[in-house]
Ligand binder design. Structure first.
Ligand code: C2G
Length: 130
């Protein structure tokens, strides 16, 4: 059986997140998702997510396409997470294109096109403007 792994913040969960998760799941038999820790987000984006790590994990874990979730503590631990979860394929949205090519000795690496015109940042702006 083929295990797929993907990573993300999945803050203010939206249909772009759902689509990438569903397309990732379709590439294998089992999907494992690393949800980035609040601490990692602060380092990565300079702000705290709207939803806490526990909330984001609960939402992602409840999805039909998702078999297992874990907390992604660091971007540098990809290799460890891939091995630990026995992943055959690493999937990321194409905003990360090329960034994880060094994992190609461990597993297949696939970048999927992002869903256009939707993002957490745009949603936050839309909500605060209304
Ligand atoms: N995504 C998408 N379409 C959108 C928005 C997001 O396909 N309109 C995808 C991204 O490409 C990513 C996933 O949804 O694959 C999660 O996106 P983010 O929550 O923004 O994740 P990010 O902060 O990029 O974290 O180790 C990698 C990081 O943890 C990725």
């Amino acid at each position: 059986s083929r295990t797929v792994i993907t990573f993300g913040t999945f803050d203010v969960f939206h249909v772009g997140h759902l689509r990438v998760i569903e397309r990732a799941a379709a590439l294998g038999d089992r999907l494992v998702v690393g949800v980035s820790a609040d601490e990692l987000n602060l380092r990565k984006k300079g702000r705290e997510p709207v939803f806490s790590q526990a909330e984001r994990l609960a939402i992602v874990a409840a999805l039909k396409a998702v078999d297992e979730v874990f907390v992604e503590e660091s971007l540098e631990l990809k290799r460890h997470y891939i091995t630990e979860h026995g992943a055959d394929v690493l999937v990321m949205g194409d905003d990360w294109a090329g960034r994880f090519d060094e994992m190609k000795d461990l597993c297949e690496v696939v970048y999927l096109p992002r869903t256009p015109a939707i993002s957490t940042t745009a949603l936050i702006e839309k909500i605060s403007a209304s």
